[in-house]
Design a protein around this ligand. Structure first.
Ligand code: SAH
Length: 228
């Protein structure tokens, strides 16, 4: 008798990128406090291994950050899930979102898979080219630009949500200026290697409300643009 293989689009269907391995990651994220079912489904469905180097792809469903070249990393699934659930935790769901630090494109894919209009900015040209290729290959419609994201993307603002995926000692004022009323910004803020996740909400009366949440680790938000 010939064994029949059921192949899942976007997964090999076998080995370490299989659905079972992804389900284990989802269980772990639940244990670590992620509650939003839409976010958990997005993490289950978006193939993280496609955003990683082949040599590391078998570890893609571990809850860890991994190198993606150029001294940068693909964020840990827990932190991607946490930032995403924070921007969704509002009375009126966001539609337009800005991400600073495209990196591998994984966080952008999670946001796009949730139906958000994603705008993302990356300072390293080679990473952006790679991310664009993967995102296009998976059919995600994401707007991206090669620039220093500290200035945001004013032409497309204001944004209902802003997700900063690189750490800085302080929040960039230009980003706050591009946050819509009712919108949420999340960013790792702090000096040295570790930062704290900062959430800023622009309330309906225009006032800003800030909450310092959990400790996180991100690569630094750097000035300028690199072509290579
Ligand atoms: N969101 C990414 C995480 C990548 S790590 C992912 O899901 O894979 C952070 C990224 O921020 C790196 O690619 C780094 O090059 C980029 N970065 C750092 N400073 C930046 C800046 N000023 N503008 C745009 N991107 C920046």
């Amino acid at each position: 008798m010939i064994a029949r293989l059921r192949l899942d689009p976007g997964t090999s269907g076998i080995g370490l990128t299989s659905q079972r391995v992804r389900d284990r990651l989802i269980e772990r994220l639940r244990e670590q406090g992620i509650r939003n079912e839409h976010v958990l489904s997005a993490i289950r469905n978006v193939p993280r291994h496609v955003f990683m180097d082949e040599a590391l792809a078998q570890r893609a469903y571990e809850d860890s950050a991994f190198p993606i070249g150029h001294g940068q990393t693909i964020s840990q699934p827990w932190v991607v899930a946490r930032m995403t659930e924070l921007i969704l935790d509002v009375p009126v769901p966001p539609r337009k979102v800005l991400e600073i630090g495209t990196g591998s494109g994984y966080q952008a894919a999670i946001l796009a898979s949730l139906g958000l209009q994603v705008h993302t900015v990356e300072r390293i040209g080679a990473l952006l080219r790679g991310a664009r290729k993967v995102l296009r290959g998976l059919g995600y419609n994401v707007r991206s630009k090669h620039d220093d994201g500290r200035a945001g993307w004013a032409e497309h603002g204001p944004f209902d949500a802003i997700v900063v995926t690189a750490g800085a000692a302080a929040l960039e004022p230009a980003l706050l200026d591009q946050l819509a009323v009712g919108g949420t910004l999340v960013a790792p803020v702090g000096a040295g290697g570790t930062q704290t996740l900062l959430r800023v909400r622009r309330e309906d009366d225009g006032q800003l409300r800030q909450d310092m949440l959990e400790p996180v680790v991100f690569v630094p938000l750097l000035a300028g643009v690199i072509d290579g």
